[in-house]
Design a protein. Structure first.
Length: 477
């Protein structure tokens, strides 16, 4: 169903009717119902463009459903972690997620054995940057003989059980269970009102790429998807699979985004190598999306851009620590910062205890970026941060930690500004917010309340319908 009349919706502050035809907004106001056309009574609820999450990880979100939570808010102590691992379902491998050092310290194989020795365990740090293997798991993947650079070794050359940013290598050593089913993730995102997503997973393997494209083509993922992890050399979706030419309404369902580069704080890159990677991406016509969490990573990247220059679409992922003195450079280079204030609501109290007090003003900047003329986009980084965009919007407006503390009061956004940063186009995440206007693609979310009430108390429970290309992909029960 791509044709309907949405009656009595609040659009840009006024109550009106919206006609959708062939997946496009055909009229706003003054459009009588056509005989036989479905009519949706909005009852004065706000009608918005569908939200876009500009940075998440679909396969990791799907895999989390079958994982054991190993950190807050469910697990806070080593004893609780041992219980969670001991009661994990099944009898084989245990996949743990969300671990943080406040639970039981910086674990390695030996200390993880003390918590769970009977079954092979691979446990991911909540940052997503590191896996920890117990001895059983290390033996099964032959960690002792591994030559992968991310495999950490002690001063005697022995593998510690910690593996840094080597997910593809680790996956190649695990039992082949196939890619995770993403259908539940797609439906959950639709229930939030999300109609477009950017998968920020770097270096997608051919199998992962094919699975994501196939999931979109089949409708398992109903959203439009932009992929950052497509290898250089693939300049268009038809080059990586005919399924990717599927449409949502009149627009492509899958697109290739900027090229994802990770500056890992555990192994900072050689400047010359990083410059060469950026140049190759630019020469192929693709901007870059560069993972920068630390101050050092950001300053390295800015030095590289001094050498290579930038092109339209270059962006910084996370920008967790942005020094004030770098704001002018970010603006001068025309960069967009894609950040995640939802982390403050998820773990802001931990930041207050563990981040150097001198760095706290630089943590997940929002308002100061906008005031400096730097383009800003909001996102979740799910599953590592909260996936619900309305929680992220609330976090951007309040910056309140779980214990009630405010982290960076000077960086709050208005609710309007925060929502707008979820309404920017997928291919221009720092650009102007999309609007419900004639000729726009009918990617829409209908709320059960006026927008002023939503701004006062953002909640995904307010989402009644989500449409993509004029087709209803979510209807609240």
């Amino acid at each position: 169903m791509t044709d309907m009349l949405i009656r009595d919706a609040e659009v840009s502050g006024a109550r009106t009717d919206v006609l959708v035809r062939d997946g496009i907004v055909a009229a706003v106001g003054g459009s009588p119902a056509v005989a036989g056309m479905p009519v949706l009574d909005a009852r004065g609820g706000a009608l918005l463009p569908g939200l876009h999450d500009h940075h998440l990880h679909l396969h990791a979100m799907a895999a989390e459903a079958d994982s054991v939570r190993c950190g807050p808010p469910r697990v806070h102590t080593g004893r609780e972690l041992a219980t969670a691992l001991a009661t994990a379902p099944g009898s084989g491998w245990i996949r743990g997620v969300g671990y943080v050092e406040t639970v039981a310290g910086l674990l390695d194989s030996t200390t993880l054995d003390a918590l769970c020795r009977e079954r092979p365990v691979r446990m991911q740090h909540r940052s997503g940057a590191m896996w920890i293997l117990n001895s059983a798991a290390a033996g099964l993947v032959d960690l002792a003989s591994a030559t992968e650079p991310g495999v950490e070794r002690d001063e005697r050359g022995r593998a510690t059980g910690r593996i840094w940013r080597a997910d593809t290598w680790l996956r190649s050593r695990l039992p082949d269970t196939g890619p995770p089913d993403t259908a539940a993730v797609g439906q959950q995102l639709a229930a939030y009102g999300i109609t477009g997503i950017t998968d920020a997973t770097p270096d997608l393997t051919p199998d992962s790429l094919a699975n994501l494209i196939g999931a979109v083509a089949s409708g398992a993922i109903p959203q439009r998807v932009q992929l950052l992890g497509v290898p250089l050399g693939h300049t268009g979706i038809p080059a990586i699979g005919a399924a990717g030419t599927a449409l949502r309404g009149s627009e492509p369902a899958v697109t290739v985004g900027p090229y994802k580069i990770v500056i890992a704080d555990s192994d900072l890159p050689d400047l010359v190598d990083l410059e060469e990677t950026v140049r190759r991406a630019h020469e192929s016509g693709r901007p870059v999306a560069v993972h920068c969490v630390s101050r050092e990573a950001l300053l390295i990247l800015l030095a590289v851009f001094d050498a290579t220059g930038t092109i339209a679409g270059d962006r910084i992922e996370h920008g967790a620590l942005v020094p004030a003195e770098s704001l002018d450079s970010l603006r001068r280079f025309g960069l967009t910062v894609v950040t995640q204030p939802g982390f403050l609501a998820d773990r802001g109290d931990d930041y207050l205890h563990r981040v150097d007090p001198r760095d706290l003003p630089d943590l997940y900047r929002c308002r100061s970026l906008c005031e400096a003329g730097v383009s800003l986009a909001l996102s979740s980084d799910a599953p590592y941060g909260p996936a619900d965009p309305w929680q992220v919007i609330a976090a951007a407006t309040e910056r309140r930690a779980p214990d009630g503390s405010v982290v960076g009061a000077a960086e709050t956004l208005s609710a309007t500004a925060a929502l707008d940063r979820y309404l920017a186009p997928l291919d221009d995440p720092g650009g102007p917010a999309r609007t419900v206007t004639v000729g726009a693609t009918a990617d829409l979310v209908l709320l059960d309340r006026p927008i002023a009430q939503m701004y006062a108390q953002p909640s995904s429970a307010a989402v009644r319908y989500t449409l993509i290309g004029g087709t209803v992909v979510y209807e609240r029960p």
